[in-house]
Ligand binder design. Structure first.
Ligand SMILES: [Zn+2]
Length: 230
């Protein structure tokens, strides 16, 4: 299962690199490229673990958004805070998972599949016109301020390897700073993620088809549960 695989990857990465988000971004690009040249045995293992997740998602056809909706509607009353964020990628998920541990919150990650990786499919399942409506249904709020920065990466602009790594790290830092993690039991959910696609020797962050590379991590619609330890 994708969820178990990703958790194993997070745990292995964390045991070596902790909150080194730059290293995470590098491993991510290597995984997309299937390139383990010159890497240590540990890094090769990390790249291969992540590559397995990418492969599994590439072939994932059926959405589990209905299950996601049921889960959210059923569980959200038990949370003090519910945040809906547009396009939360794998690096940000790791960042939240990692930072939660630092402030003694137990992070639980539930992954659902949005096979089209778009906001529309997600909103439809809730019978909603926008994400604010989805947030309303789950007694939560949309973090608008975050949307802007989050979509900045997906402007369609291609970037150098160095620039895209910088941007990923900046987003992880932004998301983990912007979300108030210490206030109480918190649920964070997102409609889809994004992929990093290489076009010639430049990189684009995207969650749409059209770059000849099948969608993968963009299909992840995550729910992150952060619980206080009593
Ligand atoms: Zn979206």
């Amino acid at each position: 299962m994708i969820e178990d695989r990703l958790m194993r990857f997070f745990e292995s990465f964390h045991s070596i690199y902790k909150d080194n988000y730059r290293r995470l971004a590098e491993i991510l690009l290597r995984a997309y490229e299937g390139d383990v040249r010159g890497l240590s045995a540990t890094d090769r293992m990390l790249v291969n673990d992540l590559l397995e997740v990418i492969r599994e998602l590439r072939i994932a056809r059926s959405s589990t958004l209905h299950e996601m909706r049921d889960f959210i509607l059923r569980s959200s009353p038990g949370y003090d805070y519910v945040y809906v964020v547009d396009a939360l990628g794998l690096p940000e998920l790791y960042g939240l998972w990692c930072e939660a541990g630092k402030v003694k919150l137990i992070p639980i990650l539930k992954l659902f599949v949005n096979s089209e990786a778009n906001t529309r499919a997600f909103k439809e399942v809730f019978g909603c016109e926008d994400l604010a409506c989805v947030a309303g249904a789950s007694q939560g709020m949309v973090l608008k301020k975050m949307d802007v920065l989050i979509h900045d990466i997906m402007s369609g602009e291609s970037r150098s390897r160095y620039e895209i790594i910088d941007l990923i790290v900046a987003r992880v830092k932004h998301v983990t700073l912007e979300l108030p993690l210490v206030k109480g039991n918190t649920m964070i959910l997102s409609d889809h993620g994004y992929d990093i696609v290489r076009v010639n020797s430049r990189y684009i962050a995207t969650h749409t088809h059209g770059h000849r590379t099948p969608l993968a991590l963009a299909k992840i619609a995550p729910v992150i549960l952060l619980k206080r330890i009593h």
